[in-house]
Design a binder for this molecule. Structure first.
Ligand code: GLP
Length: 247
């Protein structure tokens, strides 16, 4: 695992945007796996700036997002579809972007369709991830086993609490979501995980320096062959000084 220790959120976002641009320059027709949450927002802003400055062209690239809430339509301002359009897709020339359909009642069918879609695109070249407060990636919540494929999950109360800031109240946060599985994520050729802020520091330590366990879903990333962790100083404040420091 490569670790980039950046001074603050701004610098972390700058580094992440550079890496995503490098991926697109090396393989313009790449498949990007994208994430929601507060952490990548500034990264997306920087990608938009670069596109507007004509420094990067997304016209051959496609993206697949990690997850989507169940039961809210893509036009709903709280949906991840809407989030991604607002922060990224409405402002750049991405060839195509895909998210799970949270309104499909037949969840098994939808999850299978999403897995097949990713396979038909040739798999994910670069998967961007955030880290949930409870160690989740995508919406793979802590549990007794790693779920391999795209599946429907019941969100943990801690996730509902963490995400209620995007809603009027905790009651409005959907209780279920459709998420890529751990296997889907682990098949990505490269993984880029972003962590920011002191409140992630303990989980960063557990996920990347603790035992690999489904109780901390992100811990599985320790055995992926190509993971880059970019964190600000606050988020990396509890990790052992491992000597692999970049940036
Ligand atoms: C949500 C998303 C995750 C994201 C997490 C962390 O639960 N499903 O993909 O990593 O939030 O969000 P934040 O970046 O706001 O801490």
């Amino acid at each position: 695992m490569r670790i980039y220790r950046e001074k603050d959120y701004e610098k972390m976002s700058q580094k992440a945007a550079e890496m995503i641009c490098a991926q697109i320059m090396m393989k313009p027709d790449c498949v990007l796996g994208l994430a929601t949450g507060s952490t990548p927002v500034r990264t997306y802003e920087k990608l938009v700036e670069r596109y507007q400055n004509k420094e990067i062209d997304f016209s051959e690239a496609v993206s697949v997002n990690l997850d989507e809430y169940r039961g809210i339509s893509k036009d709903n301002a709280q949906s991840y579809h809407y989030f991604m359009r607002r922060h990224l897709f409405d402002h750049i020339n991405m060839k195509a972007f895909y998210l799970p359909d949270g309104m499909e009642e037949d969840t098994k069918k939808e999850c299978r369709r999403y897995e097949e879609l990713i396979a038909s695109l040739g798999g994910i070249d670069l998967q961007l991830l955030g880290l949930g407060n409870n160690g989740h990636i995508g919406f793979n919540e802590p549990g007794e086993s790693f779920e391999k494929e795209t599946h429907c999950v019941c969100l943990h109360q801690s996730t509902i609490e963490a995400n209620k800031r995007f809603f009027q109240s905790a009651e409005e946060v959907p209780k279920q979501a459709c998420t890529m599985g751990i296997g889907t994520i682990m098949q990505a050729k490269k993984i880029l995980i972003l962590v920011s802020g002191e409140k992630k520091a303990e989980m960063v330590k557990r996920a990347f320096w603790g035992p690999i366990t489904p109780r901390v879903p992100a811990s599985i990333l320790q055995i992926h062959q190509d993971v880059t962790l970019i964190g600000d100083e606050a988020a990396l404040s509890k990790i052992p000084d491992c000597g692999r420091k970049f940036g």
